[in-house]
Design a protein around this ligand. Structure first.
Ligand SMILES: Nc1ncnc2c1ncn2[C@@H]1O[C@H](COP(=O)(O)OP(=O)(O)OP(=O)(O)O)[C@@H](O)[C@H]1O
Ligand SMILES: [Mg+2]
Length: 383
């Protein structure tokens, strides 16, 4: 049997990537023209995939621009960050390991890194600093890409995924100021910063009292439209010897409200259940399977929120808009207007709900389906 054409759970930069022509063009143009860019969207709409795709395209076409992509998810402090940053910048600046080894004396004045080759010297090396020295001279490291770029007549694009993770570092406030002070002076390095915690990212980049305020362009990533998903789904079936007609394919983004991850997941489940031609029946069964698979996660999510938050979520699920009206507060047992306001902020900050056209919605469409079944016994089946 062929592999599924639908992918979720990892970024999709080349295979299984659809649409995003306008966003790709804009991001590519920003990054090649020195405009620092921040990408913000709810979880799993496709930020990391978009960056990977654009970087992949740039690498293919533009040899003078060196690119670095670092995921800060597992990086736990300033020292580790600086080491990874240095290593990745040096690594992308040249493919020759001899140059990696001499980079210590070529590009550093105040602080010398200890470099050693990895198991395969052509692809890897490790690097470390003396921590006391590092603390005193971190600006030399933060300026490293600009130093190398000037010396070699090249440009850098540096992408930092899960950027908000920096704010969990010890001494972050100072570090944040240092980062901004160095990076804003770089003429040959462009930064692309993005991350999955929307609220934290917005606070870092949109808060006038924070150093990264107005650091660059803020791109708010939209959902992929149905008219792009439908041909993508039909093609995925066709190239693997199965079929789905446009009307049936359109049910998938409809149920999953065009949420990138879930559209791919539901398409995958539907594809998996299909022998030759998918019908409404397969999509229906796939929805149930998808929700079942995710149920432990949703149960955990509701266990961690308070009773009044849960009640507020019920009011959102029912399409209420006036949460502080006496009738709504009474009907859903929302507590006082202060409770309502506090809970609303908490649910927004945790990316459980968001406001779209003045109405609050669940951010996660499958969680919403599960929630409606759980608390209102609303069936999952398609209408
Ligand atoms: N352009 C795209 N075309 C098709 N599917 C996509 C696209 N972008 C994202 N997806 C789907 O959405 C999933 C999540 O994408 P990705 O990890 O890039 O999102 P993200 O916004 O970086 O998520 P997070 O907020 O968790 O970091 C992918 O695994 C894939 O299934
Ligand atoms: Mg991501």
């Amino acid at each position: 049997m062929k592999d599924s054409p639908f992918i979720y759970g990892t970024t999709v930069s080349v295979h299984s990537f659809t649409n995003r022509e306008a966003e790709s063009a804009k991001l590519r143009s920003n990054l090649l023209n020195g405009i620092n860019t921040t990408i913000i969207s709810p979880r799993r709409w496709g930020k990391s995939s978009l960056v990977e795709k654009v970087i992949h395209d740039i690498n293919k076409k533009d040899k003078k621009t060196k690119t670095v992509v670092i995921d800060l998810f597992a990086v736990s402090g300033e020292e580790e960050f600086l080491e990874i940053f240095t290593r990745e910048v040096i690594k992308s600046s040249t493919a020759k390991w001899q140059e990696w080894m001499s980079s210590g004396k070529d590009f550093f004045k105040k602080i010398i890194p200890k470099l050693s080759l990895g198991v395969d010297p052509n692809t890897d090396f490790s690097l470390s600093f003396d921590w006391q020295e590092l603390k005193k001279n971190s600006d030399e490291i933060l300026n490293l890409p600009e130093t190398i770029a000037k010396k070699k007549g090249i440009k850098f694009i540096i992408c930092l995924d899960e950027f908000q993770n920096l704010s969990s570092f010890y001494g972050y406030l100072n570090f944040e100021k240092k980062l901004r002070a160095s990076w804003q002076r770089h003429k040959n390095v462009t930064y692309c910063l993005y991350g999955s915690k929307r609220h934290m990212m917005t606070d870092i980049f949109n808060n006038p009292s924070k150093p990264f305020y107005r650091f660059g362009d803020i791109m708010l990533l939209n959902k992929i439209e149905t008219k792009k998903w439908v041909p993508f789904i039909c093609k995925g079936f066709a190239t693997t010897g199965k079929m789905i007609d446009e009307k049936t394919a359109a049910l998938i983004p409809l149920v999953m409200k065009n949420h990138s991850w879930y559209v791919q997941q539901l398409a995958h489940y539907t594809w998996n259940l299909t022998n030759k031609k998918a019908t409404k029946v397969e999509v229906d069964t796939a929805i149930k399977e998808l929700i079942n698979a995710n149920t432990p996660l949703y149960q955990k999510e509701t266990e961690t929120i308070s009773h009044t938050q849960l009640n507020l979520l019920k009011a959102v699920a029912k399409g209420e808009t006036q949460f502080t009206s006496a009738a709504v507060m009474h009907k859903y047992l929302l507590g006082t207007p202060r409770n309502v306001s506090k809970n609303k902020t908490l649910l927004i900050n945790n990316d459980v709900i968001h406001q779209v056209n003045n109405v609050f919605e669940f951010v996660d469409p499958a969680f919403e389906l599960w929630f409606n079944k759980q608390y209102f016994n609303k069936p999952y089946t398609l209408q």
